[in-house]
Design a protein around this ligand. Structure first.
Ligand SMILES: C[S@@+](CC[C@H](N)C(=O)[O-])C[C@H]1O[C@@H](n2cnc3c(N)ncnc32)[C@H](O)[C@@H]1O
Length: 254
């Protein structure tokens, strides 16, 4: 069977309870952490806003995947669409998102719909239902390994997922690596490269003697696609290296 016809990622397991309030990448713990550290996240959020502003998506509608409450997403960017279909497993995400972005989006006339679903089980149907939407993964893909006991299966799922996106206008920012980081050590400089860097190159550039966690997203961005690598101090003692890249229609690229 051709992989793009497969309705679900190969390792997708609907029995795993990923969407709980204490889930490792969403839910109550995530929102409390965001509330506590959002001041430290400002440079990272500003870098995401700058990068999103360069995406010539040329679309009126957005399929927003794994945005949580959009703690790191700028309302100004979201307001460039007239409708947003947001998908996340976290039952709290719509409510907190509305607190953060609702007023701004209502003023701009943007309509937001929510769906609680697992991307690895629903992506094919979502892409078919919204064929003209731009697609944005909002820091979801690097979280997949947190839910998978089998690293090889997680990698296969991510490969499958990027195959589904062929021909689409899409963008993603996602964890590539993370590492323990001394709280008094300055965050490293961000870097932009003409194509994706390997995990070894990234670890060398961001320099740490610690043990890096690989988030298995090295193959998400393939070919000659400009990549931004942004340091994100998730917590005072933990640094994430986030990769951000977009794909646009040839017609929309200035
Ligand atoms: C790190 S948070 C995203 C943070 C977001 N960028 C922000 O600005 O707040 C990752 C989100 O992805 C969601 N998520 C993780 N795996 C998912 C999956 N397989 N399907 C749908 N949502 C998922 C989690 O529920 C969580 O809300």
């Amino acid at each position: 069977m051709r992989s793009e016809l497969a309705p679900q990622a190969p390792g997708f397991n609907p029995a795993l309870d990923k969407g709980g309030l204490m889930s490792p990448s969403g839910g109550l713990l995530w929102h409390l952490r965001a509330l506590r550290y959002r001041r430290h996240w400002r440079p990272f959020c500003a870098a995401i806003a700058q990068w999103l502003a360069t995406w010539p998506h040329g679309r009126e509608h957005l399929l927003l995947l794994g945005p949580s409450a959009g703690w790191c997403l700028p309302t100004e960017f979201l307001a460039t669409f007239s409708t947003i279909h947001a998908v996340d497993l976290d039952p709290l995400a719509p409510w907190v998102f509305n607190r953060l972005h609702g007023a701004g989006l209502r003023r701009a006339g943007v309509r937001v719909r929510w769906q609680r679903a697992d991307i690895f089980g629903s992506l094919v149907a979502l892409l078919a239902t919204f064929p003209g939407h731009a697609v944005l993964f909002g820091n979801l893909l690097g979280q997949h390994r947190l839910y998978c006991t089998d690293v090889a299966a997680a990698e296969v799922d991510l490969q499958w997922l990027t195959q589904q996106l062929e021909g689409r206008v899409w963008a993603s920012f996602h964890d590539r690596l993370s590492v323990d980081w001394a709280p008094n050590r300055a965050a490293p400089e961000r870097v932009c490269t003409p194509r994706s860097l390997s995990s070894e190159q990234l670890a060398r550039h961001f320099g740490s003697a610690g043990v890096w966690t690989d988030h298995l997203t090295a193959e998400v961005i393939a070919g000659d696609v400009e990549c931004h690598y942004l340091p994100w101090p998730l917590m005072p003692r933990r640094l994430h290296v986030v990769e951000a890249a977009w794909h646009a229609d040839a017609a929309s690229v200035p």
